[in-house]
Design a protein around this ligand. Structure first.
Ligand SMILES: *[C@@H]1O[C@H](CO)[C@@H](O)[C@H](O)[C@H]1NC(C)=O
Ligand SMILES: *[C@@H]1O[C@H](CO)[C@@H](O)[C@H](O)[C@H]1NC(C)=O
Ligand SMILES: *[C@@H]1O[C@H](CO)[C@@H](O)[C@H](O)[C@H]1NC(C)=O
Ligand SMILES: *[C@@H]1O[C@H](CO)[C@@H](O)[C@H](O)[C@H]1NC(C)=O
Ligand SMILES: *[C@@H]1O[C@H](CO)[C@@H](O)[C@H](O)[C@H]1NC(C)=O
Ligand SMILES: *[C@@H]1O[C@H](CO)[C@@H](O)[C@H](O)[C@H]1NC(C)=O
Ligand SMILES: [Zn+2]
Length: 266
């Protein structure tokens, strides 16, 4: 047992010895997932800005029921991201984010430009109550501040498969193990995940941002088929990302869980 643990620890140790420095610093987010910075108190961090976090009735994430959720009509959602040689990859404390605007989401006569994509562990959405080890969100925003999100659940591969795009995103993950730092990704080729998105069904619902200010009126488009991540990559990402999933919100249209709970306390 002892020798197994020793051998298992070696790759992690050597990864840190060879880590490069971060390319620079960014301002980390003030909210987080721990104690008074966490989702139960996001409203308390700023009761004006974060009103919807505690009072919104269409909050994300939700438990997606595959029998009751809507499915996007095939061909009605054009998810398009241009391949780029590299992009800025930030550790915001609250999450790991790739800043890239070369893309768009066109649906319902609205074209939303891409703003960024980022990761959560564990997943925020659940499907028939099951959660997944990770989730990726592509956030799109128009000049008029209309927001839409494309989501992918990520599942552990029993065969060591990964998603090539994410191999390249996480290439220099070791550089940004501290919140408030950034590095560069490797070359980003989106053709694989775009064809994945177009090939499988897509859950859709009208929800919110899952982080402060929890703004509503956000259409979600989540692939019904998870993307692969392998155990080694998952553990490396989890070691940096730690924990950044908001708790499952109330059924769409129902009173916010925080409001219900606060009333019951009183
Ligand atoms: C979480 O956020 C709160 C409020 O900003 C802060 O006081 C606390 O130090 C943060 N905790 C961690 C672990 O980052
Ligand atoms: C709270 O949010 C409001 C509206 O976004 C902003 O004007 C104000 O400066 C914020 N207050 C604090 C203490 O950050
Ligand atoms: C995706 O965007 C690129 C660059 O704007 C454009 O040339 C291409 O036609 C778009 N593809 C689709 C399927 O919309
Ligand atoms: C991506 O967008 C940036 C900012 O608009 C631009 O400078 C860059 O040329 C674009 N890259 C590609 C490959 O389209
Ligand atoms: C998009 O706009 C066209 C032309 O204005 C209209 O005929 C069509 O119904 C609209 N489609 C949707 C989904 O709103
Ligand atoms: C989405 O939900 C918001 C409330 O959060 C509501 O105001 C809006 O009308 C809804 N949009 C659609 C298309 O159902
Ligand atoms: Zn997210």
């Amino acid at each position: 047992m002892k020798s197994f643990l020793f051998i298992a620890a070696l790759p992690l140790v050597s990864a840190h010895i060879h880590a490069r420095a971060a390319d620079g610093i960014v301002t980390p987010n003030s909210f987080n997932y721990t104690n008074l910075g966490g989702p139960l108190n996001w409203y308390g961090l700023n009761t004006t800005a974060n009103d919807a976090c505690a009072k919104g009735t269409h909050q994300s994430p939700i438990d997606i029921g595959t029998q009751t959720v809507d499915y996007a009509v095939a061909g009605s959602v054009n998810f398009n991201v241009t391949n780029v040689p590299s992009a800025k990859f930030e550790n915001l404390g609250s999450g790991l984010e790739v800043v890239i605007t070369n893309g768009s989401l066109a649906t319902n006569n609205i074209t939303y430009p891409l703003a960024q994509f980022h990761f959560h562990t564990p997943s925020e959405h659940r499907v028939n109550e099951e959660y997944f080890p990770m989730e990726c969100h592509f956030v799109f925003e128009t000049e008029a501040k209309q927001i839409a999100v494309v989501g992918f659940l990520m599942e552990l591969s029993p065969f060591g498969y990964t998603t090539p795009l994410f191999d390249s995103v996480f290439a220099h993950l070791d550089d940004i193990s501290n919140a408030g730092t950034y590095t560069e990704t490797g070359p980003l080729d989106f053709t694989g995940i775009i064809s994945h998105f177009n090939k499988f069904g897509v859950y859709t619902y009208n929800g919110s941002l899952t982080t402060p200010p929890c703004s509503e009126n956000v259409p979600w488009f989540i692939s019904t088929e998870p993307l692969w991540i392998n155990v080694q990559q998952y553990r490396a990402v989890k070691n940096v990302l730690k924990y950044n999933a908001r708790y499952t919100q109330d059924t769409l249209g129902q009173t916010n869980l925080l409001e219900v709970a606060a009333k019951e306390l009183n």
